[in-house]
Design a protein around this ligand. Structure first.
Ligand SMILES: Cc1cc2nc3c(=O)[nH]c(=O)nc-3n(C[C@H](O)[C@H](O)[C@H](O)COP(=O)(O)O)c2cc1C
Ligand code: SF4
Ligand code: SF4
Length: 264
C-alpha cells in the first residue's frame, strides 16, 4: 500500500502539516505532492490520496479547485481531506470534500487545523494567531492522524470503508461563501518599489496564477490575479505593496513556534 498527499500551500503551513501527517502515519508510506509546482500526479500508483489546503477567503483556493477538476474520474478510491486556517475555516473542508467526492473518491476522513495567519491584513490587525495550534488543537490533530492510520489498516486488511461525515460546525457553516474574485478585489492593485526591487524574478516564479511578468521589474495582470498574497509575502526585498499595505504583515514561511510543534 502507498499513499500520496496533494497539498496547496502558499506560505508553508499546510506543507509542514502534511509532512507531519506523513511522518506520524505508521501503517503506510506517503509521497508529498505540491499541486502548484509538481505537475500531474500519477494517482493510479496510489491506494489512498490526501488533499490538503490552506483556507482562502473561506474556501478552497481556485488553483486547487481546478487541479481537482482536471484529475481523472475515480472509482471509489479512498481519500482524505484536510485544511489549515488562521481564524475561521467557514465551509472550506466541506467544499473540498464535495470537490473530491465529485471526482469519484470515497472521502474517509477530514480535519481542519488552526494555524498562524498568513494573510497580511490579519497579521497587521494583530490577529496573527502565532500561538496556534494550542495544546487541545494539537491533541485533536494527532487523534485525526491516528484515526486515519486505523482506517488505512482496515483498508489493508481488505475491509470496506465508509464515507466520512464532514461537519464544519455551526458557526463555520453560517459563514458566507465568497465569490472566487473576492480576494483579488480585496487585495486590489499591486505596486513595486523600484528602489527596493532587485529584479530577482521570484514573484513571477512563485505566482500560482501566472499573473506576474518580470521584464525586468514585475508587472501584474489583474485579470489573472486571485489575490493570494504570495508575491507580497515572498518578495525578499518587501518591494511589493498595495494601496493599504506596505512593508508590513509578511508571512513568507512557517514561524519557528509552529515548526517546533510540527517536528516529527
Ligand atoms: C489570501 C489569503 C486568504 C486567507 N483566508 C482565510 C480565511 O478565510 N479564513 C482563515 O481562517 N484563514 C485564512 N487565511 C489564513 C491561512 O489559511 C492560514 O494561515 C494557513 O495556515 C496558511 O497556510 P499556508 O502557509 O499553507 O498557505 C488566508 C490566507 C491568505 C494568504
Ligand atoms: S520578488 Fe521582489 S525583488 Fe524579486 S523581482 Fe519581484 S518585486 Fe522584485
Ligand atoms: S499576482 Fe501576487 S497576489 Fe496575484 S495571484 Fe499572483 S502571487 Fe497571488
Amino acid at each position: 500500500m502507498k499513499g500520496i498527499i496533494c497539498y496547496c500551500s502558499g506560505s508553508g503551513n499546510t506543507q509542514l502539516a502534511s509532512r507531519y501527517i506523513v511522518g506520524k502515519l505508521k501503517n503506510i508510506e506517503f509521497d508529498l505532492f505540491n499541486i502548484i509546482t509538481d505537475g500531474n500526479p500519477a494517482l493510479e500508483k496510489y491506494d489512498v490520496v490526501g488533499f490538503a489546503t490552506f483556507t482562502n477567503f473561506l474556501s478552497v483556493p481556485y488553483i486547487l479547485q481546478t487541479f481537482i477538476e482536471k484529475l481523472p474520474q475515480q472509482n471509489n478510491k479512498p481519500a482524505f481531506v484536510f485544511n489549515t486556517y488562521g481564524f475561521m475555516s467557514g465551509r472550506t473542508l466541506r467544499i473540498l470534500e464535495k470537490l473530491v467526492a465529485a471526482k469519484g473518491f470515497l472521502v474517509i476522513a477530514g480535519h481542519s487545523l488552526h494555524m498562524p495567519e498568513s494573510y497580511p491584513p490579519m497579521i497587521v490587525s494583530g490577529r496573527g494567531n502565532e500561538q496556534a495550534p494550542d495544546e487541545k488543537e494539537m491533541k485533536n490533530f494527532n487523534k485525526y492522524i491516528s484515526g486515519l492510520d486505523q482506517l488505512i489498516c482496515e483498508l489493508d486488511r481488505g475491509n470496506e470503508l465508509r464515507r466520512a461525515k464532514i461537519r464544519p460546525g455551526l458557526l463555520n457553516s453560517l459563514l458566507p461563501a465568497f465569490s472566487i474574485t473576492k480576494a483579488r478585489d480585496d487585495m486590489g492593485e499591486k505596486y513595486v518599489d523600484e528602489h527596493l526591487c532587485t529584479e530577482c524574478g521570484l514573484c513571477e516564479k512563485l505566482c500560482p496564477y501566472k499573473a506576474v511578468k518580470c521584464s525586468p521589474k514585475p508587472v501584474f495582470d489583474m485579470n489573472k490575479c486571485y489575490g493570494c498574497w504570495t508575491c507580497y509575502n515572498h518578495c525578499p526585498e518587501r518591494a511589493i505593496y498595495t494601496a493599504k499595505y506596505r512593508g508590513v504583515g509578511h508571512y513568507p514561511q512557517p514561524i519557528s513556534q509552529l515548526k517546533e510543534k510540527l517536528k516529527v
